[in-house]
Write a protein that binds this ligand. Structure first.
Ligand SMILES: Nc1ncnc2c1ncn2[C@@H]1O[C@H](COP(=O)(O)OP(=O)(O)OP(=O)(O)O)[C@@H](O)[C@H]1O
Ligand SMILES: [Mg+2]
Length: 289
């Protein structure tokens, strides 16, 4: 089943001359972990607004085409209904946390849907546990670290029991350790709970090993889509898109340029070392011993 399907989608904010987004076709399968890579102004936030119905329901502009969420037209759902299918997490954790305690934050969404109290209590424990905040029910969100705040925002989205999470640069304000913790939680949600995960980011390096697919978005258009190793095989392509390629892909590309055969696309240090040992000239190998 397709979790998200866009056909001939175009969107323009009021007063804009070109399209903010122009996507002839994009499908994201249920249970897929997709990273959308794109520079400033690529259309990443616009794409997340389309997935959760804020466009066209709350954010106005000129729109064309069809957006389907789990095989139903997004336009047939209210924003509240969509929030039980698509959980949203934004760039700034502060902008989405407004309660006095972590527990209230996670309970807020289901309370608004009049979910029974005991079910809400179960969901709070479940969601806080999934994001590594077990036992922090009474903590004030303002006392949490940036990474914990962002994980609390994920728990708040999870308490609506969505089947898909869409995260708009969720690791923007986090340090490298916090980023990996966040991506690991998202990856576990996919692997252990069948969650569809769509992350809008610029961090190709960290996300390569977590993602099933990279989609490159530039100027509102998709310029590449495929497994991370395939998309990273030509780092020039990402550079042109304004996204920094991982250093390892640049190494792979430089080695590929100097030898015959198909282009290399290693993603880990171990793969790189194995490749270099196989292809290095004999004397280099002897020196390295
Ligand atoms: N409210 C708005 N009104 C007018 N134009 C907008 C508005 N929001 C975004 N745009 C324009 O739409 C295009 C896509 O913007 P969008 O915010 O989706 O990109 P982005 O990839 O999320 O960028 P960033 O990395 O800066 O967050 C850009 O050209 C941007 O200037
Ligand atoms: Mg954005």
């Amino acid at each position: 089943m397709q979790a998200l399907r866009l056909e001939d989608v175009r969107f323009r904010y009021p007063g804009m001359s070109g399209w903010a987004l122009d996507i002839p076709s994009l499908g994201i399968g249920q249970g897929e972990f997709v990273t959308v890579l794109g520079p400033n102004g690529a259309g990443k936030t616009t794409l997340s607004f389309l997935a959760n119905g804020l466009i066209p329901k709350s954010i106005k502009g000129e729109s064309e085409g069809s957006v389907e969420v789990f095989e139903h037209k997004a336009s047939e759902y209210s924003v509240a209904q969509l929030s039980t299918l698509v959980g949203m997490v934004f760039q700034e954790p502060e902008s989405q946390l407004f309660c006095m305690s972590a527990e209230e934050e996670v309970a807020f969404g289901p309370e608004n849907l009049a979910v029974p109290r005991d079910e809400i209590a179960r969901r709070v424990e479940w969601a806080l546990g999934l994001v590594g905040l077990k036992g922090m029910n009474g903590r004030s969100p303002s006392t949490l670290s940036g990474g914990q705040k962002q994980r609390l925002a994920i728990a708040a989205a999870l308490s609506m029991k969505p089947s898909m999470l869409v995260l708009d640069e969720p690791a923007y304000a986090l340090d490298p350790v916090g980023r990996i913790e966040l991506y690991t939680i998202l990856s576990d949600l996919k692997t252990n709970h069948g969650m569809t995960v769509v992350v809008m980011e610029r961090d190709a390096e960290a996300l390569a090993k977590f993602s099933d697919r990279f989609v490159v978005l530039v100027g509102g258009r998709i310029t590449a889509s495929g497994p991370p190793a395939a998309v990273l095989r030509d780092p020039r392509f990402l550079k042109e898109a304004g996204v920094s390629p991982p250093q390892l892909s640049e190494v792979a590309s430089m080695i590929s340029a100097r030898r015959k055969g198909p282009p290399l696309g290693f993603l880990t240090v171990e793969e790189a070392v194995a490749e270099i040992m196989v292809n290095a000239p004999r004397h280099t190998r002897m020196v390295s011993r």
